[in-house]
Design a protein around this ligand. Sequence first.
Ligand code: AMP
Ligand code: GLY
Length: 422
Amino acid sequence: MIVLVVGSGAREHALVRALRRDPGVNGVYVAPGNAGIALEARVCAVDPLDGDAVASLAESLGADLVVIGPEAPLVAGVADAVRARGIACFGPSADAARLEGSKAFAKEVMAAAGVPTARPAVCTTLAEVQAALDDLGAPYVVKDDGLAAGKGVVVTDDRVAAIDHARACLDAGSSVVVEEYLDGPEVSLFAVTDGVTVVPLRPAQDFKRVGDGDTGPNTGGMGAYSPLPWAPDDLVDETMRTVLQPTVDEMRRRGTPFAGLLYAGLALTSKGLRVVEFNARFGDPETQVVLARLDSSLFDLLLAAANGTLADLPPLQWSDDAAVCVVIAAEGYPESPVTGSVITGLAEADALEGVDVLHAGTQAEGEEIVASGGRVLSVVGRGHSLSAARAAAYAGVALIDLPGAHHRSDIAARVDAAASVE
Ligand code: AMP
Ligand code: GLY
């Protein structure tokens, strides 16, 4: 079987490694990939946003399945272009990807499906924003309606900062969603769906803020771990019943079935489970830890979703291992990442037992690998417990040198400490 993966991050690197574990998969191609992916799959210099180019590449490779990683190609209709050529594609249509592409649309679907979420106000003027801030009160949550790579959201007690963010979004031509603040820990739960049947994966937790102790601005994600020993036992069942299945059913009812990966960002609030956001694709860096624990064939799962045969798939098998991912970010990330610095120690870290070094913003320059983006690497540790997985991940991080780079030192630390005193 031949698979074409679209994207260039550590999420795609994790997808490539999981696909390559499958004996039935004998060719993995990636467009455009990165320097690390190029060491283990064939990379193709094709624009991931160009649907015709991706579909033509898939045709020329004889791909049995195309897997689209990031949201931007999905929102741009690349999955539609691939399917139009009769090629199986894992990823929702442009119409269905609006669940991620427009926060206002996602809120409308949730309201229609009775899915619990923060009460929103969609605003197109500053006067509406001010009224919504007064109505909902502090802490203020102000979101750009469109795609913003995890950086379009401001959560603050400072009314001036809330208004400034809203003004910047409105000036850029977006509408703004102001919504109720959700307290409580966040969980990411992914589900694979063919538009009818929904198969949940295992919950993970992401660390969105740049600094230790959840300080500093929001990022695309600085680390993740799974399992979540503190999560309620019925979390997956409850999310299936109250969030995932009703949303998939509502999308089908509207004539825009959602087939692909539905990512539910959840808050476990004092008033119960609430959806913070939907994404239409695997999360990054949660995918790195979730796939590290999947024993079943990823290829069979994604192909069944693409072909509408998920109901026939045997139950997924999961490893008892834990996984922890630590993101190494370039100097200046998230505001203004510095690129071009040489990275060393990659092979040594990847060779450690239980450690996977997955590349995101990397590029080859001659014999060297240099940083080319904000989030540069994901170092994933696996072990029989969260502490073992955490130790493995940080042992890998310690072997890697990138001048000026930073990472969080507290990924899974609190839960790890709590587990060890229990
Ligand atoms: P989003 O892009 O909607 O996922 O938001 C990014 C991050 O902002 C979330 O993961 C939360 O940490 C935070 N956030 C978003 N919405 C809310 C909310 N209603 N209440 C509290 N925090 C939020
Ligand atoms: N980890 C957050 C995201 O993928 O959107």
